[in-house]
Write a protein that binds this ligand. Structure first.
Ligand code: SF4
Ligand code: SF4
Length: 310
């Protein structure tokens, strides 16, 4: 039996990366502890790609994971696998005239989506710009570490950035294991159990929206959100990449809920809805405001629209 340490068994003694190394350079370097009788290690390691599993296989994987998470965080987990709803493609709007740079969205996202508190991972970055400054390279010219006494700071404006859920996502194209893909409702998802941590997707993403778990993510048991989705906010492992999923665990409900960042924003700068619904708020914004998308010249075609309303 493997020694129980409270860590996820897959990444304790047998990670996919080590395994690939082992197969490439000979079984001598394989990290699997031969002779182990811990079935969950083997089940986790040989878990099929999500899209190749049938309903029974998915049920058994979910059951195994719910138990692993419950053991680690001492609370019952509900892992949803809800698929895309028919007739839905999600889009996001951000009114830069309203955003005051308070970063409440950043921390609501951390809490809802079980992001590591130590080391800290943030799926949303709020950038600060000086009024009147010309942008050539948005990310290099902005101040992402602004820390004034109060916000908004005189003479500045703010631009929150997160995964842009591109229609042509470069991150998906480069993934060697097909651990990441775009779903029918436009959300780009990651199967953390198939991610080998190569970080090609991070290099390919022009928005800096993907984040790597260099260490084991740490979240206090008292702060864990046990209402999770397989592709979203379920606890991650050391060595995998993660990013915003438009709060898939909320937005794919029927009726859907707003993403946590939309709900928390004190000034209503964040808009969200179904791009295929002509009555939705996001459609109103696109049709009535002068919207722009980040780095449009790259042809990534984000479903994230920025605008100034004033
Ligand atoms: S919560 Fe709203 S106002 Fe505050 S930084 Fe986020 S988008 Fe801007
Ligand atoms: S790090 Fe990115 S590119 Fe590499 S396997 Fe994971 S999702 Fe795919």
């Amino acid at each position: 039996m493997l020694k129980k340490t409270g860590k996820h068994p897959l990444y304790k003694s047998v990670d996919r990366r080590s395994f690939l190394k082992g197969t490439a350079f000979g079984l001598a370097s394989l990290a699997i502890p031969f002779g182990t009788s811990d079935a969950s290690v083997w089940d986790a390691f040989f878990q099929k790609h999500f899209r190749e599993m049938d309903d029974d296989e998915i049920k058994s994987v979910i059951k195994r994971m719910e138990k692993e998470y419950a053991d680690e965080y001492k609370t019952d987990f509900k892992i949803k696998t809800t698929g895309p709803l028919p007739g839905v493609k999600f889009g996001y709007g951000l009114d830069l005239s309203l955003c005051i740079g308070c970063r409440r969205c950043v921390y609501a996202c951390v809490k809802e989506n079980n992001q590591s508190r130590d080391p800290q991972i943030h799926w949303i970055t709020v950038l600060q710009f000086k009024n009147g400054e010309r942008w050539v390279n948005v990310f290099e010219e902005a101040d992402r570490y602004y820390n004034p006494q109060e916000v908004p700071e005189e003479g500045h404006f703010y631009m929150p950035v997160q995964c842009q859920q591109c229609e042509n996502p470069p991150c998906v194209k480069v993934c060697p294991t097909q651990a990441t893909w775009k779903e029918r409702d436009g959300i780009v998802v990651i199967d953390y159990n198939w991610c080998i941590g190569c970080r090609y997707c991070m290099a390919a993403c022009p928005y800096g929206a993907r984040h790597f778990n260099w260490g084991k993510p740490h979240i206090d048991k008292s702060e864990i959100n046990p209402d999770v989705h397989y592709f979203g906010n379920r606890p991650r492992y050391k060595g995998v990449v993660e990013k915003c999923t438009f709060c898939i665990q909320r937005t794919r409900e029927n009726p859907g809920r707003y993403p946590a960042c939309v709900e928390i924003c004190p000034v209503g700068a964040r808009k969200f809805g179904n791009l295929l619904d002509p009555e939705s708020e996001i459609r109103y914004c696109i049709e009535n405001k002068r919207v722009f998308r980040l780095k449009e010249d790259l042809n990534t075609s984000p479903k994230f629209y920025y605008f100034f309303s004033i």
